[in-house]
Design a protein around this ligand. Sequence first.
Ligand SMILES: Cc1cc2nc3c(=O)[nH]c(=O)nc-3n(C[C@H](O)[C@H](O)[C@H](O)COP(=O)(O)O)c2cc1C
Length: 209
Amino acid sequence: MRLQRSDLDSLPRRQRAAFINCLSGYKSANLVGTVSRDGQPNLAIVSSVVHLGANPPLLAFINRPPSVDRHTLEYLTDTGYFTLNHVHAGMVEAAHQTSARYPRDVSEFDAVGLTAEFGAVHPAPYVAESRLKIGLQVRDIKPIELNGTVMVIGEIVEIVLPDQALAEDGYVDLSQLDTVTIGGLDGYYRVEPMFRLSYAKPDCSPEKL
Ligand SMILES: Cc1cc2nc3c(=O)[nH]c(=O)nc-3n(C[C@H](O)[C@H](O)[C@H](O)COP(=O)(O)O)c2cc1C
């Protein structure tokens, strides 16, 4: 099969969204934790987190167009903080359910059976059940004019993970944490590790570490 732009344009809306959402490959599975100004916790699954750079330590995600009530975007804008919480295999159903459109006064934590955990460094809630949690300060919110989405850029202020998950060289074995990955809009995958490879140089082949 070979599809051109005109073929995409003729697909029904939902089918087109499902298809295009698969094309960027396996995506990270994170829950974004925020809290409103008056203390209402909020949680939403996202698959668009990307690494922007290590120094300063920056992560970003894409938030859908703020044309309707978007609690995550509103709360992280108001408080200046959010968390990213890796989703592991034992919490996939609950994590997926956070994407339901709950009313403002309902905490997704309570609605899906996950636990809000607050730390001392920033006001945003972590997901207690998650095994790798990141606290971030909002550094920029960039509108993407092409489609009305926004890129939320955060600087890492705290990381919470089990001691044994962090190797001496800085590597985190995500499969040890059972962190899952996402395909499309609703496909969840467990990951089977292959190997790590040495730093690539032009004059030699990579070696397995
Ligand atoms: C697998 C999956 C991935 C998603 N990824 C994103 C995403 O990257 N960005 C986004 O804005 N919404 C994403 N969503 C939708 C949000 O979870 C959903 O719109 C949620 O209700 C937003 O909550 P809010 O009202 O607190 O903003 C995703 C949903 C699912 C099921």
